[in-house]
Design a protein around this ligand. Sequence first.
Ligand SMILES: CC(C)(COP(=O)(O)OP(=O)(O)OC[C@H]1O[C@@H](n2cnc3c(N)ncnc32)[C@H](O)[C@@H]1OP(=O)(O)O)[C@@H](O)C(=O)NCCC(=O)NCCS
Length: 292
Amino acid sequence: MPSDVDLPILRLMTRADLPVADRLRAQAGWNQTSADWERFLSGAPEGCFVMEAASGVVGTATTLSYGQDLAWIGMVLVDPDHRRRGLGKALLGHCLEHLRSQGISCIKLDATPMGRPLYAALGFQDEWPLTRWATDSAPMVEDTGEDGGDVRQLRPEDWPALLDLDRPAFGVDRAHVLQALVQHGSQVLVRSRRDGTLSGYGMIRPGSRAHYLGPVVASDQDTATTLARSLMIRANGEAVFWDIPDRNAETAQLASDWGLTAQRSLMRMHCGPNLHPGNPSLIHGIVAPETG
Ligand SMILES: CC(C)(COP(=O)(O)OP(=O)(O)OC[C@H]1O[C@@H](n2cnc3c(N)ncnc32)[C@H](O)[C@@H]1OP(=O)(O)O)[C@@H](O)C(=O)NCCC(=O)NCCS
């Protein structure tokens, strides 16, 4: 146990902190990778923080700005030996201060059951629940022959249509985040209509424990199912995590039918006026809890 004289200090995260930050991540059993930490830090070099004790880094938190209207807080982690001493609260309070000083009106996060009381105490309100669906071995779901059909890999010229689909779903433009995911190895599939617009898109990427299926954004259930099937095949029978908003019960049922089990509940929460709530009915898989 830490002594009373070991008062951690809060400071900006640097690249040198990433190996320890990733150890805290692994300790909590989370799925992000070193590449994810690099992405968080390069996306917000002035907005990622650590708590440093005499023994080293014992806490982390990241922020991600979606312009002036919305920002996200993620990777709130405190070493188990240093919990219940106010470090989580201090990290979160600093993130809020940092984002508000930039004039950002609404701040969101996806809370674990452990984090939720802390966030509620700081003024966050529940928005909607989601569930992590997981399997150790992805189902070998039937291949619908996407290469000859209307599901195909993303082409550079699809980006405007993809973003037109995504914006009303998420609430604000998040091109920078989606493009960074693709640069860091996410595979992207789209389903196109005859007129060139898209009825959906979906991604799958590597994680430290499992492939992460998401985001999946679709204008109708058939598209969500078709995309999810084509993405699931890409997990090659290996472990998969998939975070699905609870309101999309048909998609959750699909995950269950494919043998995934509900691993944990998360609550999307917001602080400040939720002026751009998006439409979670269109979201059949989030990007990630630390990202939105
Ligand atoms: C959630 C977490 C970051 C909290 O860190 P922490 O440093 O222990 O939090 P604090 O000491 O600042 O707690 C602040 C307040 O939040 C509440 N709180 C924190 N953890 C709680 C818990 N497990 N149950 C109930 N209330 C809790 C309490 O009101 C606490 O104040 P108190 O101890 O004076 O009553 C830490 O438990 C953790 O890293 N958990 C694993 C990762 C995780 O789930 N992170 C949250 C991601 S959304």
